[in-house]
Design a protein around this ligand. Sequence first.
Ligand code: SF4
Length: 243
Amino acid sequence: MKDADLKKAVRQHLEMEDFFTGGFTIRGQKAMREQVETDEFADDVAKELEKLAAEVRQCRKCGLGSLRTNAVPGEGNPKARIVIVGEGPGADEDAQGRPFVGRAGQLLDKIIAAMGLKRGDVYICNVLKCRPPGNRDPAAEEIISCLPYLQRQLELINPQIIVAMGAYAARSLLNTNKPIGQLRGQFHEYYAGLGRPPIKVMATYHTAYLLRNYSPENRQRVWEDMKKVLAELDLPIPEHGKK
Ligand code: SF4
């Protein structure tokens, strides 16, 4: 039996039970129904994200479309409470079509693990879905062309927190020109749609910047930012990071 058929059968069974017990659904059944609904919702989001990714892979809205090897739409948990947004793909990402897989990605994996999470718990993407040649800074018109894809991803996933890594991610999401040093370390707000509550944005240094400018102070700054994210989500702060 296919996954969708199985969920449908479980839901029908629960509805029937509910009917025959006059609506006095026992707690376990209610939780089970909620779980089925949550899973169905995640399946729908995953499908919409895949449709969007297919659109990105065909996109030629800016000049980067004809220069890429692979577009890098993003990947991760469609139910993620945290979405991590970087600047754009580098050489490794362009070669593999996946976000944050080079050295900066390996450092991000370590940060995620230090937070007590797995890569599969979060969603990871970039402002730009195609690599600027030679890893140059994104041009304003490229960001303007590409931003609707990120906006749609955030609208679909609707996370509790967005971690904006680096100046381009933070400035694009917060519509500001302030330097990352001023933006990091505090929560900002991002509006994913009319009538929706704002999503909190934690700006921090990009892992590529950390690799280029490694110092215990910069490393500690990023960790302090991530501890605020964990605290905001009521998640435990791992012992090694409490000091
Ligand atoms: S960078 Fe964005 S807007 Fe430009 S071609 Fe790639 S997907 Fe399209």
